[in-house]
Design a protein around this ligand. Structure first.
Ligand SMILES: [Zn+2]
Length: 234
């Protein structure tokens, strides 16, 4: 018997579902990012699958929480000589001291000016603030560019750290969140994620209709998002 694969998006994370020839329902949460997969028998309807998943939601959430407590192995520290990615390009961190803290990208260098006594946490905060504000500017530009073309209305756009998603969209409120870590990737790739989230305002699910919109607005979206498969640090 053929298996059916689809994905649903809960308010906080997507769940990949597969229905195939099997007798019971199996829930799996994968490390390190808490990806959720549910497989079940083909005779159940989607609605029945949803009900079973809903019942197990507490368990899923707990598993994900436990899994994501582990620190990310490649969290950058922004120390002298470290290689980081920013807007799709590699840079080498150069530390300088000065009276005012700041971040500057020049040629292939990321010049980080630090005041005397800056702690490691403050150093990371300085970098993240820079990434956040640059990413916000870029995302805002993309939203203004695509809103009239797509005929959708984005009510709010925000940047935040997310463990498992590059972006999320609340269809009901028109709010879009973009993962801070996208600042490591190229603007072409970032644009694709923004368009993806905006398409959700036309189609909530990742179904054929959704991908028809994606192909229409950004025919090369797959190519653009390829770089997301590479491990990068910022
Ligand atoms: Zn999506």
């Amino acid at each position: 018997m053929k298996s059916i694969k689809y994905r649903i998006t809960t308010s906080r994370f997507p769940i990949d579902i597969e229905q195939k020839s099997m007798k019971s329902i199996r829930f799996t949460v994968y490390p390190p990012d808490g990806r959720v997969r549910v497989s079940g028998p083909t005779h159940l309807s989607r609605k029945q699958m949803m009900e079973v998943i809903q019942e197990r939601m507490d368990w899923i959430e707990n598993q994900r929480k436990r899994m994501m407590q582990y620190p990310r192995p490649s969290a950058p520290r922004y120390v002298e000589g470290e290689r980081i990615f920013y807007m799709g390009k590699p840079y080498q961190v150069r530390i300088r001291s000065g009276s005012v803290g700041g971040v500057q990208f020049e040629d292939s260098q990321c010049i980080l000016t630090l005041r005397k006594g800056t702690t490691a946490a403050q150093r990371i905060g300085l970098m993240e603030n820079h990434f956040r504000s640059e990413l916000r500017t870029l995302v805002t530009e993309f939203v203004s560019k695509w809103q009239p073309r797509m005929k959708v209305n984005v009510k709010f756009t925000g940047i935040k750290k997310m463990k498992t998603l590059w972006g999320s969209c609340n269809v009901r409120t028109g709010r879009i969140w973009i993962n801070l870590e996208l600042a490591r990737y190229s603007p072409a790739c970032i644009e694709s994620i923004v368009v993806h989230e905006m398409v959700h305002l036309k189609e909530r699910l990742h179904n054929a209709r959704f991908y028809r919109w994606m192909n229409r607005f950004l025919p090369d979206w797959k190519e653009r998002e390829k770089e997301l498969k590479e491990a990068r640090r910022c």
